[in-house]
Write a protein that binds this ligand. Structure first.
Ligand SMILES: NC(=O)c1ccc[n+]([C@@H]2O[C@H](COP(=O)([O-])OP(=O)(O)OC[C@H]3O[C@@H](n4cnc5c(N)ncnc54)[C@H](O)[C@@H]3O)[C@@H](O)[C@H]2O)c1
Length: 363
């Protein structure tokens, strides 16, 4: 059996009960589906407050086709999870007693913490909520994992590439000292430090994952990778600040959840606290992202804008540590992964347009 091959992953995961806190979101539902491929038992805990179905109906300024498309993305998350026999509980991880009851019911062997306001811009607009969703939920998860110390062999915390702050070199590895800026990145770094402290003081097996600039099916978080496609579909320009020379380590969610499943499968348990960059591993420019959109939607309008002064300076996250320790190798460059996502998006958009037309323009 190959050391990091699919059989080794199945052997490692098939006897695990994995609880995903904040698992109904974009990354969480994709991870749940990935883990089910290796026969892990999975329970998602989510209070469904971010990108909720109801908000999608009521939020101001959303067009009918957009509403219809997003409604489809959200419902598909739940349908796919149900088909894959993922368990789901609607609960708020800020409430210790509710989470404790679910720990008691499910007896997880691994716990993944994902809940957050997953946007630095939204977190900045609502710092108290950012604090609560990232850190109050993490406090409860850490305490429950500590109390269930004999049973939980790994707590995985989803941090972010933003903990590195402005990159001083084009590439950063995990030995670079984080210099987070802003409430979102600082809350992530505080989370990392708490997780490491629980490892050091209570022997909890932990892993910390740093993703970057994700894109992929059923995301409705409206990051640049999604906004560009929608703008191209609706005749609006794709805005390229400073000519689009800003670089990000864009990562297809399929690569991320493969890396996360590996880090869950091959974590050696209580003795270890590991921090892993999990990205494609090659920063690309926003102009290159726009070029992929244009290859799928040739009428897309590209428009240059002056550079924003306060934009963070980003770059590539080195993924060698993940390669060595868990056999991670990203497989989806923009030209494959983002192109595939763009094509999927166009299909979904056309389906939503047809549905809205059938309903007389209403969604
Ligand atoms: N998407 C990215 O590009 C990216 C990059 C780096 C890090 N991350 C981190 O990954 C994690 C997941 O991101 P995502 O893109 O899936 O975001 P998401 O908003 O789609 O998912 C987060 C989920 O957490 C749930 N949640 C929030 N508060 C909760 C609570 N109190 N109790 C239960 N559930 C709660 C939300 O309802 C939502 O379903 C976040 O921690 C985010 O900061 C995301």
């Amino acid at each position: 059996m190959a050391k990091f091959g699919p059989e080794a992953m199945r052997e490692a995961l098939s006897n695990q009960r994995v609880m995903l806190v904040g698992g109904g979101g974009f990354i969480g539902h994709n991870l749940a589906l990935e883990l089910r491929l290796y026969d892990a038992d999975v329970m998602v805990i989510d209070n469904l407050m971010v990108n909720s179905l109801i908000d999608n109906v009521y939020v101001e300024g959303r067009q009918a086709v957009q509403r219809e498309a997003y409604q489809g993305f959200l419902l598909d998350r739940y349908r796919l999870m149900r088909q894959a026999k993922v368990k789901l509980r609607n609960a708020d991880a800020r409430i210790y007693a509710d989470l404790a009851q679910l720990f008691e019911e499910y007896q997880p062997t691994k716990v993944v913490h994902l809940s957050a306001i997953a946007s630095a811009v939204d977190a900045r607009a609502n710092p108290g909520l950012c604090f609560d969703l990232q850190l109050i939920t993490l406090r409860n998860v850490l305490e429950l994992c500590r109390q269930k110390g004999s049973q939980v062999n790994e707590l995985m915390f989803i941090s972010s590439s933003t903990v590195y702050g402005d990159f001083e070199t084009p590439t950063v590895d995990e030995s670079v000292r984080p210099r987070p800026r802003g409430i979102y990145a600082n809350a992530k770094y505080m989370g990392e430090r708490l997780v490491r402290t629980y490892h050091a003081q209570y022997g909890l097996g932990t892993s910390i994952v740093r993703p970057s600039a994700l894109y992929g099916e059923r995301c409705i978080s409206r990051r640049v990778s999604q906004v560009f496609i929608e703008n191209a579909l609706t005749g609006k320009p794709l805005l390229l600040e400073g000519g689009g020379d800003g670089r990000l380590d864009f990562t297809y969610v399929k690569d991320l959840v493969d890396g996360m499943a590996r880090a869950l499968a091959f974590h050696p348990g209580k003795g270890l606290s590991e921090t892993l960059n999990l990205t494609f591993g090659n920063a690309r420019t926003v102009a290159e992202l726009a070029a992929v959109v244009k290859s799928v939607l040739p009428d897309a309008i590209l428009e240059e804008r002056p550079r924003a002064n306060d934009k963070p300076i980003r770059g590539t996250l080195d993924t060698k540590r993940a390669e060595t320790t868990v056999g991670f190798k990203a497989r989806w460059p923009l030209e494959l992964g983002y192109k595939r996502y763009c094509e999927w998006y166009v299909e979904q958009w056309q389906r939503a347009q047809a549905e809205v037309a059938r309903n007389g323009g209403f969604a």
